[in-house]
Design a protein around this ligand. Sequence first.
Ligand code: ATP
Ligand code: MG
Length: 398
Amino acid sequence: MDIRADICVIRFAELSTKGKNKKDFVKLLRKNLIEAMRQFDGVKVVGSFDRIYVHLNGADDSVVLPRLQQIFGISTISLAVKVSQDMDQMREVAIALMKREAKTTFKVVTRRADKTFPLVTDQINRAIGEAILMNTDHTVDVHNPRIKVLIEIRPGEVYITVNTVQGAHGFPAGIQGKALLLLSGGIDSPVAAHLSNKRGIELECIHFQSPPYTSQAALSKVLGLARKLTAGQSEIRIHIINFTDLQLQINHFIPESYRITIMRRMMIRIADELAKKRKCKALITGECVGQVASQTLDSLQVISDVAILPILRPLVMFDKNDIIAIAEKISTYEISIRPYEDCCTVFTPVNPVTRPAIYKAEFYEKAFDFSPFVIECVEKSETIFVKYNEKRAEDTLF
Ligand code: ATP
Ligand code: MG
């Protein structure tokens, strides 16, 4: 008997959420799921208070399931087969599903949402359990079964499930509102993006480029990374800042050892301005203590000093290996290691200060009036929309 899954049953993660919070959580998760399922013809998302059902309507579960596993806010996903309220049919499907599994232990668990069904939970458990025992090699283990055969009796229909997989957990992206991520072409900031999405933060990105010192290919690389990030939120806005004029000013007026520090402070000022315009509640970076000269505690202090919004640094205590492991999992690593210049690298001084002081940074910044440059950077920013699964010409450039 060839059976295909009809429905994916979605259970929620982080169930500490209650009352109104839970309502918002479910509403947003459903919206994110509808968005993510748009690419599959016929697939329908139907919500209830404690679950969401994704009706496949003929779509291939082996393609839909991996996409569902990328959506934050889901604890587990079960593939269910829909049958009518008929014990013979229920037995037949349960046996067929369990025949596909290698010899294992199981237990039948019934949820009787439709109280008019003539048999009670215990009777259904026993009947289906016996049928599986008689027709397969599996054995029953009521305490610690490897497979739970879930039977859900609903008005007019029954869902049968043997296959439950883990979801991405976390919170639905957007439940916390928006933050602005400083996205470079490196390994770290895309990982910071992923972790932020998982905490329920929706992102807009800001990227600094310095043409002609940075190339179109470097920008394509960043757009390629953003495309990968649309696994966590279906579309992302990237604000491209032309940083060249301000960097040339920095190069001209600021002593070499402080250039990186001042450049970072300018990036934060610009990001702050833009975040205000875009109603973002925080800035996010891929910074990590100790990684490079600009990421010592002293540097982080001097950089943070100019920020108005909080700067979130999800990777601040991570080891590089752990960051790379996540980058590989979310498929950004491959793109990040491609060798294109970043606006930071083209102007990197030989000996950047590792222990900058706020008063010195402030003193050097008095050498020129940077405010008009900051304002111009924000005003002349260009916005690019990147969507899940959409191919653009730039994607092929790198
Ligand atoms: P990454 O791997 O994310 O590039 P990194 O280890 O190379 O980080 P830095 O180059 O010092 O470290 O950058 C630290 C953080 O500053 C980045 O994680 C990113 O958030 C931000 N950043 C750096 N360069 C840019 C840029 N060109 N545009 C936007 N943000 C940037
Ligand atoms: Mg970098």
